[in-house]
Design a binder for this molecule. Structure first.
Ligand code: ADP
Length: 467
């Protein structure tokens, strides 16, 4: 990308260009119009006055009095400022307002004269070698209905041209003033426009540099205000994600350290033991294996979560056609040994329901819900998994007759590492990650999990799955 100019320069150039174009275009049209109008008026005057002098000349033809023809023409010139030259039918100059006429005897070839001798009065504008413009006009002179000659009239256009020049100067002055106003406006406008942008850009730099508490004061136009608010929202989200990440790393380290410390505590006495008590060895080693299993399970869960987090970035999950009842029966089948071991009955009630989804995500949701139900239900209790198919969604319920969850804990149980009863959960081998995994997998399937529970009676987890 090539380097661009600052906003104020770009705006100034645009404003000045627009103002300049509008004024020069408009000015040019105005000048042309005024010029056309002035010339038309001048032509009217020349032809009107020409008709008068033509009449005088034809009267003179009929009854030449004491006035000579040059005197008539001289007076006309004095009265009107229009110089007349009288020519005969052969285009030869006969008389002029000057006596003796410097043109006398010359053949004049003005096209207006040719038209006048053909009976038509007309005018034309020409530029003299010195640069000044002159309007020529010619009118026929009649005698007894016949064309006897024509009068060539020339009017100086200097007054018209100087009026036009004056107008041009005024327009240029106005353009200059407009240019100054345009620059001032552009500068002011650019400042109001760019100030919030500059603030945003600085804030984005600070945020990128790791100062996650950076916020901006939204300001400027509606769009910039929106942008500022979105920036603050993004900074909030980033801050929240960062806090979650830190908390997660701290919790995960803590959880991983616990079994390691336990293993050490179990192994140490064996090292210093001098009695060689085999039973003691077996007991400690069995505990060590137990702790190893726990930490292996924890690591596996952390990996599950990491995989789900990564999946969230890939929007489309690989979907396949499955029968919900078959998929659920596989999950239940896998957990039957645990249920038997804990003396809890585990049943599935699911009619065949076809769906298209990623079956591993479904297993992650229902597997964790059923495992919890079995884990938190005392011996002799029941766990039931059921499916209610619907047009738009299927509802999968996992209900148990277990110990239930106190209401104050309900809003938190889906958080990572959250356990209602830490000590008891450790005894059951809980990691506090099962429901977090279930709810992330549910979200990836486009569904949601809700829970209702009564302490001492049991809990029902409801997974609503869009079809
Ligand atoms: P854990 O690995 O500890 O089971 P979870 O995230 O699966 O972690 O569950 C979080 C907490 O919610 C558990 O520690 C437990 O206290 C509570 N819980 C979850 N399911 C049930 C249930 N069916 N009955 C009672 N309590 C439950």
């Amino acid at each position: 990308m090539s380097r661009r100019w600052p906003l104020w320069v770009e705006l100034t150039v645009v404003f000045v260009l627009v103002a300049g174009l509008a004024l020069t275009g408009g000015g040019f049209l105005l000048l042309k119009r005024v010029e056309r109008q002035s010339l038309a008026e001048q032509a009217e005057t020349v032809l009107g006055q020409g008709a008068i002098v033509a009449h005088r000349v034809s009267v003179w033809h009929r009854a030449p009095g004491t006035d000579t023809l040059p005197l008539i023409l001289y007076r006309f010139h004095q009265e009107t400022g229009i110089r007349p030259v009288y020519v005969d039918r052969t285009h030869t100059a006969l008389a002029d307002s000057w006596d003796p006429s410097p043109l006398a005897g010359q053949t004049l070839s003005h096209p207006e004269l040719a038209r006048a001798l053909a009976g038509e009065a007309s005018t034309g504008v020409r530029r003299l070698p010195g640069g000044a413009r002159v309007m020529y006009g010619a009118v026929p002179v009649r005698q007894n209905g016949e064309i006897a000659g024509a009068l060539l009239l020339s009017a100086d256009l200097a007054p018209v041209d100087s009026a036009l020049w004056e107008l041009t100067q005024q327009l240029l002055l106005a353009a200059l003033a407009a240019g100054v106003v345009a620059v001032a406006l552009a500068l002011g406008f650019a400042r109001t426009l760019s100030a919030p942008l500059v603030r945003l850009s600085q804030a984005a730099g600070a945020l990128a540099g790791g100062r996650l508490e950076t916020r901006v004061q939204p300001g400027g136009s509606l769009e910039l205000r929106d942008l500022g608010e979105s920036f603050n929202q993004m900074a909030d989200d980033l801050g929240r994600l960062d806090r979650q990440r830190r908390a997660f790393v701290a919790d995960a380290s803590h959880e991983l350290r616990t079994p390691v410390a336990a293993i050490r505590a179990l192994a140490e006495p064996l090292l210093t033991d001098t009695r060689g008590d085999l039973a003691l060895y077996k007991e400690h080693l069995s505990d060590i294996v137990h702790e190893c299993d726990r930490s292996a399970r924890l690591v596996e869960r952390l990996l599950d979560l990491a995989r789900l987090d990564a999946r969230q970035e890939l929007s489309a999950a690989p979907a396949e056609a499955v029968d919900l009842s078959e998929a659920l029966s596989a999950v239940v089948h896998e957990l039957q040994p645990l249920a038997r071991k804990r003396n809890v009955s585990l049943e599935l009630d699911a009619p065949p329901v076809g769906a298209r989804l990623d079956v591993r995500l479904l297993e992650a949701v229902v597997g964790n819900l059923v495992e919890n139900a079995v884990k938190y239900t005392p011996a002799g209790g029941q766990v039931r998994v059921s499916v209610t198919p619907g047009d738009r969604e299927a509802v999968i319920r996992v209900s148990d007759t277990g110990r239930g969850i106190p209401p104050e804990h309900l809003p938190h149980i889906f958080e990572r590492f959250y356990r209602v009863d830490k000590a008891r959960a450790r005894a059951t081998g809980g990691t506090g990650l099962g429901l977090a995994i279930a709810s992330e997998a549910a979200a990836l399937l486009g569904g949601r999990i809700s829970v209702s529970s009564e302490v001492g009676k049991g809990s029902t987890f409801t997974f609503t799955l869009p079809m």
